[in-house]
Design a binder for this molecule. Structure first.
Ligand code: UD1
Ligand code: CA
Length: 454
């Protein structure tokens, strides 16, 4: 199979500097959705051609994939003209599937039905009946149901405008016939464009079978022309993803309040509370519980770990049986072992924290290596940045760090050491000892507070 994806249009109604097909749906450009569906439908041996134009090289640059043939259409003289530009790149011995770069949610099974329907020689159209067909090309049939032609909305008579069955634009055609038809198209129509849809009348005139297939759901053929249509399809996509997760056994507090912009892979008995956003690739192992309002990106979470409300996690690996949050922030390069506790208003960056260690309140752990069974007291800060360079902090096993401590890196706290509360550690703390840097406490007896001057 050949595939031609039409993506040269401007998308004026998006009111955006970004080419329409690069707008994101579920975290992925519209055109990438179409490319993925096309690849699934036609397999590795299929030839995929994308016709681009508006937005220039930004489109191929954003989706640089080796296996796609990029064809520039300039100027854009209509859908027939667009497919014509791709013809030299197609395999004439195989059929051609035409898709739109701004119609992102067509099911692969629908495309497969359309391909099957086209057989060896027929023209197969994906059509749908709409309550409001305004703006679409209408499918004109003979009394016996034979498809005769497609008439564009702007060219249609009043009687034709009453037809509910519309052209989705998605079709499969025999490539040899396509090559013969396209150069003969005229542009003597209401829009002065070369209409791809005019090939239907040509096929009918040549007594070639014109067949039709309907999608299971209308949203499969809905395009994105505006921000509100984009938002509507985003909801459709998120609804499908939520349904898929529930079918796999994931418990969602509310399937309408989860957003997945990437790939979310879940084990058994995972529970996800409301308003969570998952980005990139996230893996949740068996028994993981995610509290409400969490943002989790490119992360793996080990068995039975719990992430409490309002936590923000980006590029971290969390071991099993951990307790994270509420209000925790794990930044890139965080590696947590087993049974690690990261509490409220604790930020961890580019650091490893080994089994059974805890930082429960108000701390910053950056560029650090923390051993097992370490307790990091409230308000502990690793001072990893001297204004120019970042330095590492090493905290060995079984260390106890008192509250409000600053560790001025590079510095090492030896195994089993204790740091007294309020310490500013500027050189290494030896193992199994108490280190404290704190001004001696003094009391001034009878001291009086100043009084306000009259
Ligand atoms: C087209 C169909 C219409 C169908 C409708 C479905 C034609 C003549 N009409 O109309 O029957 O009901 O889609 O949405 O085909 N494009 C190019 N180059 C061009 C023109 C368009 O690549 O020169 C691309 C656009 O980026 C878009 C697609 O083709 O992805 C459809 O173009 P659009 O202008 O939206 O076609 P419609 O007028 O909506
Ligand atoms: Ca359109």
């Amino acid at each position: 199979m050949n595939v031609v994806i039409l993506a040269a249009g401007q998308g004026k109604r998006m009111r955006s500097a970004r080419p329409k097909v690069l707008h994101l749906l579920a975290g992925k450009p519209l055109l990438a959705h179409v490319l993925d569906a096309a690849r699934s439908a036609v397999g590795e041996s299929g030839r995929i051609c994308v016709v681009y134009g508006h937005g220039g090289e930004e489109v191929p640059a954003a989706l640089s994939r080796a296996e796609v043939i990029w064809v520039k259409q300039e100027p854009q003289l209509g859908t027939g003209h667009a497919v014509l530009q791709a013809m030299p790149h197609l395999d004439p011995t195989r059929r051609t599937l035409v898709l739109y770069g701004d119609v992102p949610l067509t099911r692969v099974e629908t495309l497969n039905r359309l391909i099957a329907e086209s057989g060896d020689a027929a023209l197969a159209l994906l059509t749908v009946c709409l309550d409001d067909a305004h703006g679409y090309g209408r499918i004109v049939r003979a009394d016996d149901g034979t498809v005769l032609r497609i008439v564009e909305d702007k060219d249609a008579s009043e009687k034709e405008r009453a037809i509910a069955e519309v052209n989705t634009g998605i079709l499969v055609a025999p490539t040899g016939r396509l090559a013969a038809w396209l150069p003969t198209l005229g542009r003597n129509n209401a829009q002065g464009e070369y209409y791809l849809t005019d090939i239907v009348a040509l096929a009918a005139a040549e007594k070639l079978a014109v067949r039709s297939v309907h999608p299971a759901d209308t949203w499969e053929v809905q395009g994105v022309n505006s921000k509100s249509q984009l938002a509507a399809l985003e909801r459709v996509r998120q609804g499908c993803l939520a349904q898929q997760l529930m079918d796999e056994g994931v418990q969602l507090a509310d399937p309408a309040r989860i957003d997945v912009r990437g790939e979310l892979v879940c084990g058994r008995d995972v529970f996800i509370d409301i308003n969570c956003l998952f980005e990139g690739r996230v893996e949740l192992s068996d028994g993981v519980v995610i509290g409400p309002n969490c943002l989790i990106k490119d992360c793996s979470v080990g068995e039975d770990s719990r992430i409490a409300a309002f936590s923000h996690i980006d590029s971290a690996n969390i071991g099993p049986a951990c307790r994270i949050g509420p209000y925790a922030r794990l930044r890139p390069g965080t590696e947590l072992g087993q049974d690690v506790h990261i509490g409220n208003f604790v930020e961890v960056k580019n650091s490893s924290i080994a089994d059974h260690s805890k930082a429960n309140h108000l701390s910053y752990v950056g560029d650090s290596e923390v051993g097992s069974r370490v307790n990091i007291g409230a308000g502990t800060i690793t001072c990893n940045y001297d204004g120019t360079n970042k330095h590492r902090t090493v905290i060995e096993d079984d260390v106890f760090i008192g509250s409000d401590t600053q560790l001025v890196a590079p510095v090492t706290v030896g195994r089993g050491a204790t740091l007294g509360a309020g310490t500013t550690l500027t050189s290494n703390a030896p193992p199994d000892s108490l280190t404290v840097s704190r001004a001696k406490q003094v009391t001034v007896p009878g001291w009086k507070r100043p009084v306000k001057k009259a």
